[in-house]
Design a protein around this ligand. Structure first.
Ligand SMILES: Nc1ncnc2c1ncn2[C@@H]1O[C@H](COP(=O)(O)OP(=O)(O)OP(=O)(O)O)[C@@H](O)[C@H]1O
Ligand code: SF4
Ligand SMILES: [Mg+2]
Length: 347
């Protein structure tokens, strides 16, 4: 994976909201890469900054109140944070597409699905109405809408939720993007339909050699689809690495706590406590107040920077316990509650 150049490089991205209460630091120095054809999953609790990260990439974020105040988003050599409106409009839809959580909100109820797919095709390619209609039928067929030729003139309300999400995916594919940004695209769907949509995305990805950034808080989905995982908490990346590293050798106490939340024989164990207020992040490690392993230095200074876990450049972790010269006995000591480290105890 790392032999090729990244398709997307997010570097120290900082996005804020100006509110009456003050400045919300929603994304605070986030960095990760996406390579061609791979699936990167962004996971983290509600409010950790996943959506704002995704919406900052193509600047679809509402600005104001949002503002990208720092960092770079390099796509194909262009920094999207400073690209002109014309440049970014060309890239959106054509090179990078979005699929959102709620298909209802992504479709216009007063136009037929065919008209909406055609519009997306014609926005990206110089084709006439008739050819665009034929391509729209092909796309509907490709995303698994039965009798696509007959359904193309239906309105969104005539489709079920799962079928509407397929239509949204067809629209997202119309420009033949290199990168699909999917923000919880299956959360509003029931489990069976969710599985079908995920299968569909994986099939399309393989056929089209398309990279996907998939935002979810469902670790079961992550295990199924991710090549690499970015774990976010309180507007920062806590850990990132290959999916097997994250599941088999999770380094960060937050990742371990998240994995602990997976339903097991004793039910789901939620992580105690809540995320810090993004209006006023605490000093030190952002996870310290909830961390089983916190030591005194965790509560002062800056949040720990991302560094290789155990010397592995592809597996990064932001935790003081992994600093050079750390006290090994601290990592190895028993946590205050049940042992989340058991997840990775096969080394
Ligand atoms: N328009 C806005 N104005 C002020 N704060 C905002 C705005 N949009 C998002 N935020 C804040 O930014 C932070 C990150 O939000 P974001 O929507 O990215 O979280 P998320 O990880 O996607 O959560 P979820 O899993 O619930 O979708 C949150 O604290 C949120 O309240
Ligand atoms: S830096 Fe300290 S508080 Fe933060 S995750 Fe590591 S051990 Fe826990
Ligand atoms: Mg979100």
């Amino acid at each position: 994976m790392t032999d090729t150049e990244p398709l997307l490089q997010v570097r120290n991205l900082e996005t804020q909201f100006h509110t009456d209460e003050g400045i919300v630091r929603a994304v605070d120095g986030v960095s990760f890469d996406v390579y061609p054809g791979e699936t990167v999953c962004i996971v983290g609790e509600s409010g950790s900054g996943k959506t704002v990260t995704i919406e900052s990439i193509t600047r679809i974020l509402q600005m104001p109140p949002g503002e990208i105040v720092g960092g770079e988003v390099i796509f194909d050599g262009i920094d999207l944070t400073t690209a002109s409106e014309k440049e970014i409009r060309r890239i959106r839809g054509d090179r990078i597409s979005h699929v959102f959580q709620n298909p209802q909100g992504s479709l216009n109820p007063v136009y037929t699905v065919g008209a909406q797919i055609r519009e997306a095709i014609q926005a990206n390619r110089d084709v006439g109405k008739k050819a665009a209609r034929e391509q729209a039928i092909e796309l509907l067929d490709e995303v698994g809408i039965p009798e696509a030729g007959a359904r193309i003139d239906d309105y969104p309300h005539e489709f079920s939720g799962g079928m509407r999400q397929r239509v949204v995916i067809a629209i997202a594919l119309a420009g033949e993007p290199d990168l699909l940004l999917a923000d919880e695209p299956t959360t509003a769907l029931d489990v069976t339909i969710e599985a079908q949509i995920i299968d569909l995305l994986l099939r399309l990805q393989e056929e089209r050699d398309m990279a996907i950034v998939f935002v979810t808080h469902d670790l079961g989905v992550v295990a199924e689809i991710a090549d690499r995982v970015v774990v976010m908490y309180a507007s920062k990346v806590m850990e990132q690495g290959h999916v097997h590293e994250i599941f088999d050798r999770p380094a960060h106490p937050y990742t371990r706590a998240l994995l602990d939340c997976l339903p097991g024989p004793d039910g789901v164990t939620p992580i105690e406590g809540t995320l810090p207020n993004p209006l006023d992040h605490p000093d030190g490690c952002r996870f310290a107040a909830r961390c089983e392993y916190a030591i005194e230095p965790c509560f002062v200074g800056e949040h720990p920077s991302l560094l290789p876990a155990d010397g592995d450049e592809d597996h990064l972790v932001s935790c003081l316990l992994y600093r050079d010269g750390h006290d090994e006995s601290v990592i190895d000591r028993e946590p205050r509650r049940a042992d989340p480290f058991a997840v990775g105890d096969d080394t």
